[in-house]
Design a protein around this ligand. Structure first.
Ligand code: URA
Length: 209
């Protein structure tokens, strides 16, 4: 698998177009973000290893298959990551969840950490880091560095929209991390927003502006 995968499933692309539109109200934005996240989770877990398990149907014993090893760990980059966390959990309800709080310094656009809580056994899990917008890539790269320092060794990153600049920063900083994005947009603007993008994902999810 190449390091960057664009999730081009028609349902994802259709829903992403709805999400981008400025008229989309908060409740719809939240719901659609959740729906896309479920579909994205489905796509990025395609290659999870399975193992045989013997079960009994009401009629006879059979060999079924279930996902082997420990369940996933989803890590949300606060706060906008929470907007896609729920949809991912719809797909993998037993996943463990971590949170990392990073904000972008408005002047330098560099990430500053203010919170981190992750499962103790994170080193034994496939970790999926979620953030809707991969803009400069600095927050994602910093979050992944922190998770590696906490013991995570198998990581994926998923977002709704990425900028080419952010993809470059993230993949150069962490060539071992697979990146899943629903779209690669044109560019970052001078304020660090992705163009055409969808605006500020946190504000649109939580109605703060
Ligand atoms: N964060 C957002 O919410 N939107 C952008 O366009 C860039 C970063």
């Amino acid at each position: 698998m190449s390091q960057i995968t664009v999730l081009d499933h028609p349902l994802i692309q259709h829903k992403l177009t709805l999400l981008r539109q400025k008229e989309t109200p908060v409740a719809d934005f939240r719901r659609i973000a959740r729906e896309i996240s479920l579909l994205a989770c489905y796509e990025l877990t395609r290659d999870l290893p399975l193992e045989d398990v013997t079960i009994e149907t009401p009629l006879e014993a059979m060999t079924g298959r279930h996902i082997s090893g420990k369940k996933l760990c989803l890590v949300s980059i606060l706060r906008a990551g929470n907007g896609i966390l729920e949809g991912m959990l719809d797909a993998v309800p037993n996943a463990r969840v971590g949170h990392i709080g990073l904000y972008r310094d408005p002047t330098t656009l560099q990430p500053v950490e203010y919170y981190m809580k992750v499962p103790e056994d994170i080193s034994e899990r496939l970790v999926i880091v979620v953030d809707p917008m991969l803009a400069t890539g600095h927050s994602a790269a910093a979050a992944i560095s922190r998770l590696k320092a906490a013991g995570a060794s198998q990581l994926r990153f998923v977002c709704l929209i990425s900028a080419p600049e952010g993809l470059k920063v993230l993949t150069e900083a962490h060539p071992d991390v697979e990146v899943f994005t629903c779209a690669v947009d044109r560019q970052l603007d001078d304020h660090g927003y992705i163009r055409p993008g969808l605006g500020d994902a946190g504000d649109r999810l939580f109605g703060t502006k």
